[in-house]
Design a protein around this ligand. Sequence first.
Ligand code: F6P
Length: 358
Amino acid sequence: IGRIGVLTSGGDCAGLNAVIRAVTARAVNHYGLQVYGILDGTLGLMERPLRYVELAPSTFDGRIFREGGTVLGTTNKGDPFRFPMADGSVRDRSQDFGDGVRELGLDALVVIGGDGSMSIVSRLCHAVGVGMVGVPKTIDNDVHGTDFSIGHATAVGVVTDAMDRLQPTAASHHRVMIVEVMGRDAGYIAMQGGIAGGADVVLVPEIPYSMDGVATAIRKVLDRGRTHALVVVAEGVKRDDGTVVHLPASTRYGGIGHWLGERIADTTHTETRVTILGHVQRGGSPSPQDRLLASAFGVHAVDLVMRGQLDRMVAWRNLSVVDVPLSEVTIGARPLDPNGTLATTAHGLGIYIGDTEA
Ligand code: F6P
């Protein structure tokens, strides 16, 4: 092995630059490898001229790992097997990817992505015969095989910080504050941010709820003498009748929070205000936990490449960095709260999380 590529794929999050820096440091300083950073995910290898930069520890200048986003750029459009062309047609461009890998002389690829990206890039790597190691990233924390993915801890920090700011204004005006957080299919951010930020109600896509349940929970808080309440809802939650809220054409976000705000105002006769956190949760400087995770993941990913242990994803389990076969990861989203710790904690605090057994 003499030259490896590294790319970021799918939605960005905090901590990606810290992974790229760790991969580069380990590969160059310890193993004397050449590292090519591929620009804009798989696109950099599919387009001509090829788009990449050679990375060296000096590229990072002691600074870039502290920043959010990805210096390499990313994309969450453009599955090379079904690539959307400008004329509206769909084409298989996996061959372009393979040619790109060969042209650059890459011996292996480190792919920083969610389960969707990892599954696509792993198929591409198989087709071209190059090994790959995955590094899990997603603010949603729903990648199988790892307790934590890069970006999640920072996003939960953003939600918690927002709730620390919203509580005093809610208290001052005697309002119910609704905070809509990201999580299209997964409730990890809502559940963890809600518990950490002192929510009274947390709604997630995985757990059914009723408006009666929500209203009763809020009334209980108010009857006990508190004059405000905090509600967290994940973007993927549906209306209580199971229908999806129609979103404005300009954005995919900001639907359920507003719907819930109106329903809560109607059913509890309180004044409500709605905050949609949106992409704020994806940006900003990575938290210390994300920097540590990114560093451990980056170093371990390169070690796996050098040991020839390919087709694997680095993972964090029980206080250790480990690795798991990609086939165990790319099987769909990880279930929320597998051992029930979050639900038990929420119930213990008196938080309404839907119609589950306390
Ligand atoms: O997968 C992470 C996530 O943040 C989801 O919670 C959200 O629905 C999605 O990305 C937004 O992605 P984008 O706006 O980049 O399409």
